[in-house]
Write a protein that binds this ligand. Structure first.
Ligand code: ADP
Ligand code: MG
Length: 246
């Protein structure tokens, strides 16, 4: 299968500090890549450079054969194709669920409201929230808000989804319902690049694990291999942190 995203020699610095230090990485269409690594190693920064939330100092990110960090990139257009969901659900508090979902497809993509509404209702059903169409974010649990945030991103018809620790601020009983949504997306063939601290989920959903350390790829493995027999000492130490979860 062909590469959907190709990252070449990526360098990102904050003042003099190299936060992303020469990363090369490709993601194929339909592939689910999970990015792991200790706090501060650059996971969020890497994801954010992929949809233009961070500038870069060197290298390329190729999407549809074009370096999106080159000149004249229309990031609005790119972000329609590269969806992202963050740790903190960023629903508009003054809009109900359906208006949150319809906003970008109708205003940015200028799509027909009736058509988007049908799609939104289908997606809401898939995440088990078809009865919350008219709820406001404040009336929803954290897990419900995150599922809505995912639906909102999917309603743009993205080609790839980036997830940055989307369950990190959820109570444990809500983590599962959000991870199930992402697992179903994987089954449907969605290309995804996921940062998570849920190791059981990572093992289950990933086609490939990337372990990052100080802005560099330290290990790149098949998930079974990574979790049973990590190649590097750093990855072994990292996995030991999660030993109580197994
Ligand atoms: P992770 O998501 O793996 O925890 P981040 O990508 O958030 O790591 O951060 C990587 C490094 O970049 C950290 O050392 C962090 O302190 C630094 N960093 C992140 N954002 C900024 C910023 N806006 N300005 C300066 N340094 C930053
Ligand atoms: Mg982070």
């Amino acid at each position: 299968m062909s590469n959907l995203i190709e990252i070449k020699n990526l360098l990102k610095k904050y003042s003099d500090k190299k936060v992303i230090d020469g990363i090369n990485l490709s993601i194929k269409k339909g592939e689910v890549v999970v990015l792991l690594g200790p706090s501060g190693c650059g996971k969020s920064t890497l994801l954010r450079t992929i949809n233009g939330l961070e500038s870069i100092q060197n290298g390329e990110i190729i999407f549809h054969g074009k370096n999106i960090h080159g000149k004249n990139t229309d990031w609005k257009k790119i972000r329609e194709k590269i969806g992202m969901v963050f740790q903190n659900y960023e629903l508009f508090p003054h809009l109900n669920v359906i208006d949150n979902i319809l906003l970008a497809p109708t205003k940015i993509q200028k799509r027909d409201k009736k058509e988007v509404l049908i799609q939104a209702e289908e997606l809401l059903k898939k995440v088990g929230l078809e009865d919350r169409k008219f709820s406001y974010p404040r009336e929803l649990s954290g897990g419900q808000k995150q599922r809505i945030a995912i639906v909102r991103a999917l309603c743009m018809n993205p080609e790839v989804m980036l997830f940055d620790e989307v369950t990190a601020s959820l109570d444990p009983e809500m983590v599962r319902e959000v991870l199930d949504v992402i697992l179903n997306l994987a089954k449907s063939g969605m290309t995804m690049f996921i940062v998570t601290h849920e190791m059981g989920f990572a093992k289950l959903v990933a086609n490939r694990i990337i372990f990052l350390e100080n802005g560099k790829i330290c290990e790149e493995s098949d998930p079974k291999e990574f979790f049973s027999n990590p190649k590097t000492q750093r990855a072994k130490e990292f996995l030991n942190i999660f030993q109580y979860e197994n």
